[in-house]
Design a binder for this molecule. Structure first.
Ligand code: HEC
Length: 133
């Protein structure tokens, strides 16, 4: 049939839409100014780092965690991790622009605050290096 190709393109489009919708989607609503970062995060990072940056059952950590508050893990460190990657995380250099990285970081910082995390309410205020666990 000569008309075969007429439905091939829409089918391919449908398949692509299906595939791209497989990345975990956000469950939380964020203020408009953080929506761009939320979108980029869920396009690029949520496959490994989970919906709403909460982590999922992979080796990639969630970021709504004291360990990743600005005091413990700076914006620069996040940027560097995205750009350089690590043994376990492939570099995301080709997936995000510098501007998108800035938005992702803003979104992560907002999400940490929205979750009520703060560096000071740690148990017993331990200042010493507790590397256990
Ligand atoms: C293919 C899966 C994958 C993707 C995509 C991914 N990461 Fe990761 N990420 C990981 C893994 C696995 C680790 C744990 C790495 C380790 O322990 O060295 C990690 C660790 C991190 C860390 C913490 C590193 C540390 O020192 O503890 C940050 C920050 C991070 N990722 C940010 C991001 C951001 C932001 C994105 C999106 C731009 C992203 N990642 C995309 C897999 C991924």
């Amino acid at each position: 049939m000569k008309r075969f190709h007429v439905w091939v393109l829409p089918s391919i489009a449908a398949i692509l839409i299906f595939i791209s919708s497989c990345a975990p989607q956000p469950n939380k609503k964020v203020p408009a100014k953080f929506e761009a970062g939320q979108k980029y995060f869920h396009q690029v990072c949520s496959n490994c780092h989970g919906s709403d940056a909460l982590g999922k059952k992979t080796k990639a950590p969630g970021f709504i965690d004291k360990e990743f508050l600005p005091e413990a893990y700076s914006d620069d460190e996040i940027r560097q991790q995205i750009v350089d990657g690590s043994d376990k995380m492939p570099s995301q250099r080709n997936k995000v622009t510098d501007a998108e990285i800035v938005e992702i970081i803003k979104y992560l910082r907002y999400s940490q605050k929205a979750a009520g995390l703060s560096a000071s309410d740690d148990e017993e205020g331990e200042e010493t290096d507790s590397s256990a666990g």
